[in-house]
Design a protein around this ligand. Sequence first.
Ligand code: HEC
Length: 133
Amino acid sequence: MRGSTILVAALGWTLVVAGVARAADADNPNHAAYVKYCGACHGPNGKGDGIIAPLMTPKPTNLTLLAKQHGGEFDAMAVYKSVSGAGMPKAHGDSEMPVWGEELRHEVGGGDPRTAEVTLVKIVNYLRSIQQK
Ligand code: HEC
């Protein structure tokens, strides 16, 4: 039973991601990567207002406030870690949600970890660019 539940969830997820990705800013490759992997929850511009956010508890973090919440410093390494696996928030790694580091490695570049790293760095750079002062 659990297998089919996961399959249905994965199908729904793919549709959600495809829909959101079309809304991506085609001029900004960092933004496109972010929207593809994070936008459905954290919102198209990182404000925590993604299309499935209303269904989630706890709510996805407003990612434009990361620097503000950490003494005005954008800690790229901490963000990178929380997405790639180490120190991951529960919502990214519990049984209901894919572990994003692994998901990325699997999806991007056919499981090549180096391709996945590049995508993660793009996403972190995008997040750096949207921090509120
Ligand atoms: C399935 C929905 C979902 C997706 C997809 C998702 N997140 Fe999250 N994320 C959440 C939720 C929910 C929280 C809040 C967790 C909490 O408060 O415990 C969160 C928290 C975070 C945090 C805050 C961590 C902290 O320590 O405060 C960061 C950073 C983050 N996400 C980045 C990302 C990035 C980058 C991506 C894309 C690679 C992503 N998330 C994809 C749901 C998601």
